[in-house]
Ligand binder design. Sequence first.
Ligand code: PLP
Length: 485
Amino acid sequence: MTEPHELHMSSDSFREHAHAVVDWIADYLDTVESRPVLSQVEPGDIYASLPDAAPISGESMQDILGDVDRLVMPGITHWQSPNFFGFFPANISGPSLLGEFLAAGLGVQGMIWATSPACTEVETRILDWLVDMLDLPAFFRSTTDGGGVLQDTASSASLCALLAGRERATSFATNRTGVDRPLVAYTSNQAHSSIEKAMMIAGLGRENLRLVDVDDDFAMRSDTLQALINADRAAGKTPFFICATVGTTSSNAMDPVRAIGEIAQRESMWYHVDAAMSGTAALCQEFRWIQDGLEYADSYCFNPHKWMFTNFDCDCFWVRDRTALIRTMSILPEYLKNAATMSGEVFDYRDWHVPLGRRFRALKLWFVIRHYGVEGLQALVREHVEMGQRFAQWVDDDPNFERMAPAPLNLVCFRHVDGDTATQHILETVNASGAMYVTHTKLNDHYVIRMSIGQTRTRWSHVEKAWQAFQRAAQDLPASVSGRA
Ligand code: PLP
């Protein structure tokens, strides 16, 4: 009879299958370009292809891996294709995958320092490295009153910032007693929806979020921000939080971080800066203008899991005053008490975010930074920005197309001059070919194509082919769509 422990996979078997999985991933990445980028399945197809119930007896790994090809792959949209130009990238790299694999193998749950000191201290060290790599204000370093922590996503980071701002504005009483006055937050009408969601989760209500108007470049208007704050104060409300965006999701607009920061300082409000996508650009000195004024920020986040070759999930979050964050998030039940925590000499990162448990995310980031080095990462970022700038130039030079927003880095927003229907038709045509994938947004009520460049495997030839596909689709526009005779 089989003993229960014999049900586990043997080391030999694990070795064999792990090698096969690594080979599978390497082959996949080598050939991903040949697959239609967007999954072709209909809603419910994948669900229906899976058995109604879990297997009663265990199955062979050959069968399981075989079903990945047969059942799962048809439902995959290939984010790692060099022809993926949708949304923002979620790019990966060899070193990142190896770090991820190791973190899974160690199986560490690093909720407190004592449950794996390396999980905490590698993270602290890398976040300190990044302060220098990105030229962030020195007060974000762990050796000052501030510090950095890895979060799963920018949404979580912004939520933590908003909660800390709420607590600071209410002398750390809201956590105890609940909300006792109308607290108002401000962000631009182009900011990511995660700010609105944070207001919902924080119990402050989305109606207490002011979506500030933007200028012609889709950047927050600081004069409007000030006027809204004045009006709210006059109405007896408490403005407590401002979020500026460095690289908005729709159009990569850059809010005026300095002008907004001056207001935040004058008004004693928590100032969070969300650079989820574009923060990576600050690796290069010539793009650091995007964060001019960051010395006013109380908190800042960016996502290596978008553009810095670190597989999802990985968001870096810094605060100027870690005590404010920790007082907001900390709760210490008896079963977590330990000598290191009580000594006050260590960081327990569970106090820096929503979940208790945390995995060894820092390992993959450490691998990425060490593999490429700062110079390597800079070179890759520069190439993507150069591709974005070249693409913007092609759009500007083509009378069939017009650009709909500035393209400061690697996102280009444009449309066909014949209008929304023609633009949408072009987007659908290029996507339907399967050879590439691009997504849209609306700017000033116009349907706009977003060409987002930043995939690990994208080379010049892919960008050129994408542009040719847009041009072909424009030439082939049916008269019913273009409105031309
Ligand atoms: N902030 C900005 C500016 C973004 O562009 C995005 C996603 O695209 C987010 C926040 C949300 O990122 P996450 O998925 O890490 O929460």
